[in-house]
Design a protein around this ligand. Structure first.
Ligand code: G3H
Ligand code: 13P
Ligand code: ZN
Length: 337
């Protein structure tokens, strides 16, 4: 039976993006696959008073079960209220990298408030056609849609590209107009995973292309995928405790901060969370080899994740303190928005 996200206390991204574009900050989009990740996200975002986008990928749905994840997100709304003494931060439940109409529809029907249709590997016309079809369905239920133009290098949706196919500024106005999408993911040199640049390469993203895109669609919400910074202190802890991550390089925080001041209003971060958890778990295993209670290593991993997300919200994305910009909720514990 179909359920609306509104009944679950979730919000779509429309108003949040408007405020973020105007306010010069970006909303964090953090992926979750399990309880500890979700707890850390909610704890960090309530404590730093930030709106948040909870992202679920196809891989997460396969790993954890789609029904369970949806109920976890519903539980997260209640958990946030509990932590915030009844005043809930805005929470968006978003499908990350949806690749078919059927998957997007399935998520919308089960209570997601936002979906991404990533048809960027198809031809331009096929991308327009599929994205438009998803938008038509989603908008009937007031669900917001993210489309993508351009292809990130590395592995994206199990398709690997050797080099970036940068978003062409000439195409964005036409794409946004024809599809009716609410936000646009672009390719400007970010990529998924922990190995975004080769040693010796200038680790810069193409903020000049972003500026060109903004000129064509002023104020339109832009999304950056592949935006982990790969903190070197975490890589060091992993490698000092039995890990083997050679030459892991991410996107500089200064560049992300710069992008967040523009129309970039959603920044996707997953790999940094994986690194934070892995570093904490490896440390416990190395220091306490007799430990075998999962709470004794997943607990520290959750704490490390929370610290990471607080830092992102406060120092990188600038979303901290902006939870109530879009009106938000009253303090009575209801889910009006
Ligand atoms: O963009 C990819 C996200 O990091 C999700 O990764 O497909 O391994 O869950 P995943
Ligand atoms: P990272 O791998 O850089 O964290 O990117 C995550 C992402 O784009 C999720 O869609
Ligand atoms: Zn992505």
């Amino acid at each position: 039976m179909a359920v609306s996200y509104k009944e679950l206390g979730l919000v779509n991204s429309r108003e949040l993006f408007k405020k973020a574009v105007d306010g010069g900050y970006a909303i964090p989009a953090y992926n979750f696959n399990n309880m500890e990740q979700l707890q850390a996200i909610i704890q960090a975002c309530t404590e730093s008073e930030s709106p948040v986008i909870l992202q679920v990928s196809s891989g997460a749905r396969k790993y954890a079960n789609q029904t369970l994840l949806r109920y976890m997100a519903q539980g997260a709304v209640e958990y946030a209220k509990e932590l915030n003494k009844g005043k809930n931060i805005p929470i968006v439940l978003h499908l990350d990298h949806g690749d078919t109409f059927e998957l997007c529809k399935d998520c919308i029907d089960m209570g997601f408030s936002s979906v991404m249709i990533d048809a960027s590997h198809h031809s331009y016309d096929e991308n327009v056609e599929l994205t438009k079809k998803v938008v038509e369905y989603a908008h009937k239920y007031d669900v917001t849609v993210e489309g993508e133009l351009g292809v990130l290098a590395g592995i994206e949706d199990e398709v690997s590209a050797d080099a970036h196919v940068y978003t062409q500024p000439d195409e964005v106005e036409d794409f946004v107009g024809k599809t009716g999408v609410d936000s646009l993911a672009i390719s400007i040199g970010t990529s998924h995973g922990a190995f975004k640049f080769k040693p010796g390469q200038d680790p810069k993203i193409r903020l000049d292309i972003l500026a060109e895109i903004e000129k064509r669609i002023p104020g339109f919400p832009i999304v950056l995928h592949g935006s982990s910074s790969v903190p070197q202190d975490l890589v060091k802890i992993i490698n000092e405790n039995g890990g083997k991550l050679a030459d892991a390089i991410g996107i500089g925080e200064d560049q992300l901060r710069e992008a967040a001041k523009s129309a970039v209003c959603k920044i996707n971060i997953d790999s940094d969370g994986r690194l934070a958890m892995t570093a904490a778990i490896r440390k416990v295993f190395a220091e306490k080899p007799a430990e075998f209670d999962p709470r004794k290593y997943l607990g520290p991993a959750r704490d490390a994740l929370k610290v990471l997300y607080m830092h992102k919200n406060r120092e990188v994305l600038g979303s901290a303190g902006h939870a109530w910009d879009a009106g938000g909720c009253c303090s009575c514990g209801c889910s009006c928005s």
